[in-house]
Design a binder for this molecule. Structure first.
Ligand SMILES: Nc1nc2c(ncn2[C@@H]2O[C@H](COP(=O)(O)OP(=O)(O)OP(=O)(O)O)[C@@H](O)[C@H]2O)c(=O)[nH]1
Ligand SMILES: [Mg+2]
Length: 303
């Protein structure tokens, strides 16, 4: 049943931070389901993903953003602009800091940018499972000198440590008002996009070096079959023939393994058997093609 009444609250919380700080892991932890892909590599998230969590009378719309870093390529600039855009549109801005990395150059740049942000700010020190408590307190103190945070949380998005307290605080601080999404909705990402993201995650996990950043995945076909299964066709786009060969692997082994990983997870999400067909195509200069940016949910930077 849709909750109603005077005590309803709902708000947008943008999670910003350096690449790899654990933003997507935290969104998944708060939502309680996988709505955003996670890898050990930097620059995994490319566009805004909204994950929706419910805490009593409050609906929390968590905006997962691309990591903020010094952009070089056009795609980088689009991602960073999107991340800041997400922050400026939110009710609450949560800064995620990797406890192990502390205030490094990337964190420093983001702290400077935060000065322009008018909304309520919260500090979240993540990955506390990796470091000792005393150094945490010093880091929290240093960070609170750099910006005015309404609250500081020390959490592990991976183990779940501190998540309940954070969720309760957010629930108490989003504005009063009706919910924006139906009570059972956990994300605004269409299934076909989430399925493409999952394949991109598996690609990142299997491939090394720069290649993943030069590839993108699109779902071309999504067809429920009579027997209750789903036939899905996706294309992995790379920029050069040499990259296509790497994605395919010897005798097509690499793409086959990526497909097997992705199929298993997509099937879990759609709760039906999945037949996944992956194609690998070269699309030269897709990183400069406005059409691809729209497909990813990003604005196309002029340069
Ligand atoms: N040990 C530990 N690892 C974590 C924690 N949170 C996230 N990670 C790991 O950190 C890596 C990056 O996590 P992501 O959630 O993809 O980070 P992100 O901030 O979304 O990264 P981008 O999308 O690239 O900006 C993954 O390998 C996660 O498993 C944590 O609390 N503890
Ligand atoms: Mg991410």
């Amino acid at each position: 049943m849709e909750p109603s009444g005077d005590d309803l609250r709902c708000g947008f919380i943008a999670l910003i931070g350096a690449p790899n700080a654990g933003k997507s892991t935290l969104v998944n932890a708060l939502v309680g389901a996988k709505v955003a892909i996670v890898t050990h590599k930097v620059q995994t998230t490319r566009a805004l993903v909204r994950g929706i969590a419910v805490a009593g009378p409050a609906q929390l719309v968590l905006i997962d953003t691309p990591g903020i870093f010094a952009p070089r390529r056009r795609l980088d600039r689009a991602m960073v602009a999107t991340a800041w855009g997400g922050a400026h549109d939110a009710d609450i801005v949560a800064l995620l800091i990797d406890a192990r990395r502390g205030i490094d150059e990337e964190a420093d740049t983001i702290l400077a940018g935060l000065a322009e942000v008018r909304q309520t700010k919260v500090l979240i020190i993540n990955k506390i499972d990796l470091i000792e408590r005393p150094s945490l307190l010093a880091l929290a103190a240093d960070l609170n000198v750099r910006a005015s945070f309404a609250a500081t949380f020390m959490i592990s998005a991976l183990t779940g440590d501190g998540i309940a307290d954070l969720k309760a605080w957010l629930a108490a601080h989003v504005p009063a008002g009706p919910w924006h999404y139906p009570a059972d909705e956990i994300s605004d990402v269409p299934l076909r996009s989430l399925a493409a993201e999952i394949t991109r995650e598996k690609l990142y996990l299997r491939l090394h070096e720069e290649l993943p950043y030069q590839s993108t995945v699109e779902t071309d076909q999504w067809k429920p079959l009579k027997d209750g299964s789903v036939r899905i066709e996706q294309t992995i786009y790379v920029e050069r023939e040499s990259q296509r060969k790497i994605v395919l692997g010897r005798g097509g082994q690499t793409v086959k393994a990526i497909g097997a990983d992705a199929r298993r997870e997509i099937a879990e999400i759609v709760e039906a058997p999945v037949h996944l067909f992956l194609f690998v195509k070269v699309r030269e200069g897709w990183g400069d093609d406005p059409e691809r940016y729209r497909g990813m949910g990003l604005d196309f930077p002029k340069e």
